[in-house]
Design a protein around this ligand. Structure first.
Ligand code: ADP
Ligand code: MG
Length: 285
């Protein structure tokens, strides 16, 4: 089941079953960020979101990528939301709750995206308080959820700055491959800049290693390097490489639903428990 991290890597850790919530909201807003594409942002949004919903958390997924892979990955068609996506909300205002759709996962809703969101990058530049557009738009929704996960586009442009401005924290998915760390310094510098200028309370929840191949020496070397590079910031939960992810994305459902006892589903449930523990210890400090 769980990846064998080997004697030279970190010990395995278990994370407790999260206690049920007595009441819901307001949501912690979490941006899933990495300007590199293909590192598992969208896969993490769907599967971490579904695992958190399974633990009784009310989850709002926010598709903030014009490619709308999160919207499509949940069985919707991005093109159906031409006039009812996050883009309309940013540009025209209106009632955010009208745009939220239910996903097949109980307790998990979606604010969908549409390709026309790509125009926002330029349109926002001339807006007043342009960095706060997303924060303003989603604010009315937050009392109804425990967690809002923003699936960012693979760039460090105005949309990502908006996500970092709206967020309480950031989770950085990093793919376990040779150039994993390339670009991460620039991402961290961008996060620092947002912290300094706009959102001083923004924190990094952690870095999650994805697409880990524990069968190869190479895979282990890369994970070792991530552990050295990020220390305790790297989540102990590691997401292994499995064809199940591409398969389930095409099926429009999370792996935690399609194959609940698969290693991938277990890994995302463990990540959910680890993330909840980090949030709980952050809020009691
Ligand atoms: P991003 O949103 O960062 O661009 P995605 O989550 O869309 O990345 O993942 C990119 C591709 O890799 C998708 O086809 C996805 O199904 C696949 N993928 C994601 N995580 C894994 C994994 N752990 N093992 C194998 N394939 C994965
Ligand atoms: Mg994506």
């Amino acid at each position: 089941g769980e990846p064998d991290l080997g004697p030279t890597l970190r010990p395995k850790r278990k994370f407790p079953q999260p206690p049920p919530l007595e009441h819901h909201g307001p949501a912690r807003v979490v941006a899933l960020c990495n300007q590199k594409g293909g590192v598992g942002k969208t896969t993490t949004a769907i599967n971490l979101g579904a695992a958190l919903a399974d633990y009784g958390r009310k989850v709002l997924l926010i598709d903030f990528d014009p490619q709308a892979a999160l919207t499509d990955g949940l069985g919707f068609r991005g093109r159906d939301f031409e006039e009812s996506s996050i883009y309309s909300l940013l540009m025209d205002g209106g009632d955010a709750a009208d745009l939220v759709v239910q996903t097949p996962i109980p307790g998990m809703d979606l604010l969908p995206s549409h390709i026309n969101l790509s125009a926002a990058e330029l349109q926002l530049v001339t807006e007043v308080a342009r960095e706060q557009a997303l924060e303003r738009a989603i604010k009315p929704l937050l009392p109804d959820y425990d967690v809002a996960l923003i699936d960012c586009q693979p760039s460090l442009g105005m949309l990502t700055i908006n996500a970092l401005t709206a967020a309480n924290s950031v989770i950085i998915p990093v793919e376990c491959e040779y150039f994993a760390l390339r670009g991460v310094a620039l991402l961290l510098a961008t996060i620092e800049k947002v912290q300094r200028r706009i959102n001083p309370d923004l924190v990094i929840d952690g870095v999650v290693a994805t697409r880990y191949d524990g069968r190869t020496v190479h895979g282990k070397e890369i994970l070792e390097r991530l552990i050295e590079g990020f220390g305790e910031q790297l989540f102990y939960s590691v997401i292994g490489r499995t064809v199940k992810f591409p398969e389930t994305t095409a099926g429009g459902l999370p792996i935690t639903t399609i194959a609940p006892s698969s290693p991938g589903a277990k890994a995302y449930r463990q990540l959910a428990r680890e993330v909840l523990l980090r949030w709980a210890s952050a809020s009691t400090q």
